[in-house]
Design a binder for this molecule. Structure first.
Ligand SMILES: Cc1ncc(COP(=O)(O)O)c(C=O)c1O
Length: 436
């Protein structure tokens, strides 16, 4: 709730029910920071609070889920029409909708990345990629990046950071993490038992870490030399986010497996895809029923995903993303001149952007003041000195100015709030130590 405003009865009920039946922790978190926003109406780049008293411009897009905006009309039409004839379908049977989508996807991929296994969530899609890597190579070891994020499920979770897995039991054997961006670290770990190296093209949770020159090519060469599969997690970087259809296209590499999620759903029907090079599909040839996802590749979802791909691969659409990226680059440069000690840099690959800030307290503080100024923007969980900046790809050029004006106010407010919070944090730490 915004200070001084009493929530409507409907909103209060939703917050109480959420706290009592969905997540007490989230409810407490948002209450503590005065960000009690309950998603209500939503359209294109905006989302409204359920009682209509607050409107946010979405600069987070849930990691790309809302690349094409909220409730994209074209996609809703496709879905509604699909419901006239189809439903989810049945993963055990052959399917025209899945075949059409997989064929279309193959046409948008380089080389022989021609087979697709569909899923519901990104974690599931990553799990499948890692299963294939192990089954195809007959090896166990998986290398991933420290600070990267691939999902909350089994093998995807095992490839992630400790804080997301340690509370949930002993580590899964065979997983090794190395620092992102250093090919020598991969070279030191990769060996004859390495099934796969999995990397996000630009790790988002690590603070939009754009790979250094030559890094991904070197990893590709190391994988090729060892017979290890290179898996690119394009869950956030795919579908035009970087100004090219796939983020890895910037780096002149050919992955063995590509994982696509989030935006493929168009924000309206969950669907993910794990695209495999042709030889890898042999893993399922003799027994294709060893991997079946009940809801994966739901037929109505396939129709939506195909339309998402048609829109996102249009050269004019990608040119629009590049123009917007240029406008953000200029706008942020102006803000950097105005707030030089707080806003210290911009990480950018197209519209995959991260604001580099003064220190680790600044990301959370800016997320809060951005919210107060009508922007949904979230700091990177594994690098809180960076605020992730992923606007909808369909936004207008004129809206960049509006975003910059709000961001300017948010930065000014963050500069005022940060020292107060710093003192508060020091006091809390002191009290905590005193207890011991
Ligand atoms: C890069 C990346 N990979 C995988 C995932 C997991 O996707 P999901 O939450 O749909 O399981 C995420 C989710 O944030 C992600 O950002």
């Amino acid at each position: 709730m915004d200070r001084g405003k009493k929530p409507s009865a409907t909103k209060q009920q939703a917050m109480d029910d959420f706290r009592n039946h969905v997540s007490s922790g989230k409810a407490a978190f948002f209450r503590k920071y005065g960000m009690q926003f309950v998603m209500g109406g939503r359209d294109e780049c905006y989302l409204d609070d359920v009682d209509g008293r607050k409107r946010l411009f979405n600069l987070h897009c849930n990691g790309g889920v809302f690349n094409l905006g909220h409730r994209n009309r074209q996609l809703i039409d496709v879905l509604m029409k699909g419901f006239e004839e189809l439903d989810i379908g049945n993963g055990h049977l052959m399917s025209k909708a899945r075949a059409d989508l997989a064929k279309f996807l193959a046409g948008l991929m380089p080389g022989d990345l021609s087979y697709t296994v569909f899923g519901v969530g990104g974690g599931e899609a990553v799990d499948l990629a890692l299963k294939v890597a192990r089954a195809y190579t007959g090896r166990k070891k998986i290398i991933s990046a420290k600070g990267g994020y691939h999902g909350h499920t089994g093998l995807a979770m095992a490839a992630g950071d400790e804080k997301y897995r340690v509370p949930f039991g002993p580590p899964v054997p065979g997983f090794v993490q190395v620092p992102f961006g250093d090919p020598n670290a991969v070279a030191a770990e990769i060996d004859a038992d390495t099934a796969g190296v999995i990397l996000e093209t630009v790790p988002a949770t690590l603070g939009i870490a754009v790979p250094p020159e030559g890094y991904l090519q070197s990893v590709r060469e190391l994988c090729t030399a060892q017979g290890t599969l290179l898996i690119m997690d394009e869950v956030q970087t795919g579908l035009g986010r970087t100004g090219r259809l796939w983020g890895f296209e910037h780096f002149d590499i050919m992955p063995d497996i590509v994982v696509i999620g989030k935006g493929l759903s168009g924000g309206i029907y969950p669907i993910t895809a794990t695209v495999l090079r042709t030889p890898l599909e042999s893993v399922f040839h003799d027994d294709p029923f060893i991997h079946v996802s009940t809801f994966g590749g739901a037929e109505v979802g396939c129709l939506v995903a195909k339309r998402v791909l048609e829109i996102s691969s249009d050269p004019e659409f990608l040119a629009h993303v590049k123009r917007l990226a240029g406008a953000f680059d200029e706008g942020i440069a102006t803000l950097r001149r105005k707030h030089p000690r707080f806003l210290t840099g911009l990480r950018q690959l197209g519209l995959m952007m991260g604001l580099e800030l003064k220190d680790e307290l600044s990301g959370p503080v800016l997320s809060k003041t951005a919210y107060d100024n009508g922007l949904l923007m979230v700091y990177a969980n594994n690098e809180p000195s960076v605020c992730q900046l992923l606007p909808p790809l369909i936004m207008e050029r004129s809206e960049v100015d509006l975003v910059m004006a709000r961001l300017d106010r948010a930065l000014a407010a963050a500069k005022r709030l940060r020292p107060v919070l710093k003192i508060k944090r020091q006091v809390e730490e002191f009290v905590e130590k005193w207890k011991m």
